[in-house]
Each structure stands twice: as C-alpha cells, then as structure tokens.
Write a protein that binds this ligand. Structure first.
Ligand code: GAL
Length: 337
C-alpha cells in the first residue's frame, strides 16, 4: 500500500514523502529530495510503531553533512586530492572536505531532487546527472529504487548508465538505532564479514595498505558488543569507528553485516567489496534528529560500497563505469523486530 504526503520545501522545490506499508504493518518512508530513506517504522508489541533509523527535518537534510538516509554518489567515501584517474588520466572533481571529495562532492546525489515513480511496493527515483550538475565526467542516468518486501526487507537497487567514462559507486547513508528508548548504539552487537580493513591517512583517505583485523579493536568477525569495542577506540582521535572494512569473498546469500539489539536485528547483504562503518563519534548539538538527542554513538551507518583502493592502485578500480555502459548495484537489508 502506498501513500504520498507533502513533506515541505527546500530551495523552492516541493519535497514529497512516499510511504509503503506491507502486510506485516512495516512502513518504509522515502523522500524525492536526495532519494532519502526517511523512516522504517516497525510494529511494536503495544500496537504502535517505532522508527529504527535516524531521521531529521528538511533543515537537517539540507545541511552539507546531512547525509542521513540519503542516496550517496557518484562516489561513496573519499576521493583524495579531489582527483580520479580514469583511462590513466587524472580527472579533477570538486572537493567538499579540504582537498577531499567526500560522498560525491558538494553537489552529489544527496543534494539533488529526483523524479519519482511510485507503486504499491516500491518507489523509483530517477535523475540525469550531468558534469554541470556535480562536476564529474559523463552524463549519468541514475535510478534508485526502494522496495519493501513482504518478507520484511528493504532492497535498494541503484543503476547508472553513462555516455563517457566516469565512476559509479553509490550507497545509502542510513544510520540505525534499534533501541526502543533514546539510548545510544553501545548496547548493539555488530558482526562483519571482514578479516581486514584499510589503513587511512589522517584525512581518512586510503593509503592502499590493508591491515588484518584479528586481535585488534576492528575484529567483528563474530558478534561483538559495540560499547566495549568503542571504549577500546578512545585512544584514537576518532574515538570510534569510521573505517573502511574490506569485505571477504562471499556468496550472495551470506550477509556482510549483522547489527542486533535484543530481538531486533538488521542483516545487510551486498556483493560489493567494502563496508564503511561510522558510529557518529563526534555528533553533538549541531545536529537535530526527530526522535533522538544528537550525541556521540547515537547511530551507526553501515555503508556498502566499492572500496576506494582503486583510486590508489588503478589495477583495483572497480568503481569505474566505462563510456556507453551501465551497472546495477544492490543493497538488501532484512530486519527482525
Ligand atoms: C561517513 C564518513 C564519515 C563522515 C560521515 C558523514 O561515510 O566516513 O567520516 O563524513 O560519512 O557525516
């Protein structure tokens, strides 16, 4: 079942909210602004609903770092020195974090208004992203489809088709908090299909080196409570996780990440080779959420993507989208509540 509502206006653009409800009473709400995942309301034992993701209002979404639930592209994560290498040639792209291009730069997917086509169980957002739009090469036809299944899964399908060689490395920046009360994610357990993670520069750009996770605070191969794991990370300036995990080779049926709190659980599936885990380490009063007080560890983002290692070693580039081609990427979240 689909309902549409006026959500508000940003910079003269009307923003519409699309809500899909399945037969179990789960409700998925998405916005055409930023192709944003705004809410995942699950039924509670007392007959009401609870949202399992962090969300904000239009002022919050319009902030430059308001990536909450947004579609991210063309390149999720960080392009160091604002420079891609395509067909062996350096290509400059606009920076938005010092000299780094984060999450597609200042005019990435998260800032754009999409055209919507809605049906009973899915909403498809489409947009033509030109070099004039975001400063990346090639005119990219983008679609982002959110589907809510009767098996309580949210499936996000991204497609990109380009006329000139570019990059297509989309993700979604949803932050989870599975608690009933306004608690942090320190009482959640996390498991990742990752035996290693990427070493980062202080700027968080990849060095290209890979570090083994065994016997380090980054070892999430088995379910691990986040509170103690975050305490182990207080010695680093980040004071938490903001890391690129290298996902082990796996079958499509095997999850890449499992987040649990009590009987609630989110299991994420992706064929990509990396997941960035970010535990909102320095969040404070500058941010405003509808149901949560902003503070460190208020949410956890698990961003399935293609690692930026290909920017360091072009032999590894998998995010490149060759002229005249298209690619489909999918992230699937199965949840229990
Ligand atoms: C993450 C990134 C963090 C931070 C966050 C958005 O993907 O790794 O450093 O920028 O997005 O606030």
């Amino acid at each position: 079942m689909l309902t549409t509502d006026k959500f508000g206006e940003v910079a003269g653009h009307a923003v519409t909210a699309y809500t899909i409800e399945n037969h179990n009473g789960v409700q998925l709400t998405v916005l055409d602004y930023g192709a944003t995942w705004h809410a995942l309301n699950v039924p509670t034992p007392d007959g009401s609903h609870q949202n399992l993701i962090l969300n904000t209002d239009l002022a919050g979404y319009a902030k430059p770092d308001g990536y909450f639930g947004k579609a991210i592209g063309r390149f999720a994560g960080r392009v160091g020195a604002g420079q891609l290498v395509l067909d062996g040639q350096p290509v400059a792209v606009p920076a938005n974090e010092g000299t780094t291009t984060l999450h597609g730069g200042p005019n990435g997917f998260s800032t754009l208004f999409f055209k919507a086509a809605a049906a009973a169980d899915h909403v498809t957002f489409t947009r033509t992203v030109t070099p004039e739009t975001d400063g990346f090469p090639g005119t990219l036809e983008v679609s982002v489809t959110y589907t809510l299944t009767e098996a309580d899964e949210v499936v996000i399908d991204f497609t990109g088709a380009t006329d000139q060689t570019t990059v297509f490395n989309p993700t979604n920046h949803v932050y989870w908090n599975l608690n009933s009360a306004d608690d942090t994610i320190e009482n959640h357990t996390l498991q990742l299909a990752a035996t290693s993670h990427y070493e980062l520069e202080p700027s968080k750009v990849l060095t290209g080196a890979v570090v083994a996770n065994a016997d380090t605070p980054y070892d999430f191969r088995g379910p691990r409570l986040l509170g103690p794991a975050l305490r182990d990370l207080q010695v680093i300036p980040e004071a938490g996780l903001d890391d690129v995990f290298a996902i082990d080779d796996h079958a499509a049926t095997e999850p890449v990440a499992v987040l649990s709190q009590g009987q609630r659980q989110v299991t994420m599936y992706s064929a990509r080779n990396a997941v960035v885990v970010f535990t909102s380490n320095h969040f404070g009063d500058e941010l405003h959420f509808l149901r949560h007080q902003s503070r460190p560890y208020v949410g956890i983002a698990m961003e399935a993507q293609t690692s930026a290692a290909g920017l360091v070693d072009p032999d590894l580039t998998q995010a490149t989208l060759a002229a005249g081609t298209s690619r489909h990427e999918q992230i699937r979240y199965a949840f229990k509540y």
